[in-house]
Design a protein around this ligand. Sequence first.
Ligand code: GAR
Length: 190
Amino acid sequence: PLKLGVLASGSGSNFEAIAQAIENKELNAVIQVLIYNIPDAKVKERADRWNIPTVFLNHRDYKKREDLDTAIVDILKEYQVEWVIMAGWMRIVTEVLVNAFPNHVINIHPSILPSFKGIHAIEQALQAKVKVTGCTVHLVSVEVDSGLILMQAVVPILSDDTPETLHARIQVQEHRIFPQAIVLAAKLII
Ligand code: GAR
């Protein structure tokens, strides 16, 4: 089984989808540890329910992004993680993390990259008045929201969409493609 370490900051619905895909034997993997950085993030409760070990790291305790990433790498190595899964990790990562796990860091982003990079991807898509957006699972490189694209899904934008309604429909697709993209990554990259 692939040894996964998940980084998450929020509700953890993607974490849940990955845990469920493992349970369903659609993904041959084990989540070794969840690292989260927001004290009351719902993802923590989800991990507890799945009996998955969790570690809280407060990014405010670290002066530089590199220092936070060094702490993350130490924990991931301690838990013998091979694949780093960024499932709603709302921090910019540095070469410290990327170089510790070359070609083994995977991110999900709520747009069809390379369109709408950054933390306001859904609002940007609405403002641009495009007819479709979606989500992307990609390998992480040091440049933000770049790196080899593993899988994408398209979601239509409806005339009455708000950021919330659109995000909800994007998430349905995220939960479907994220586990599949991890399977694909492991086939592509040894
Ligand atoms: C997901 O929609 C993911 O695409 C997005 O955060 C959400 C996390 O949801 N990621 C980013 O915006 C990365 N910049 P979740 O906590 O329910 O999995």
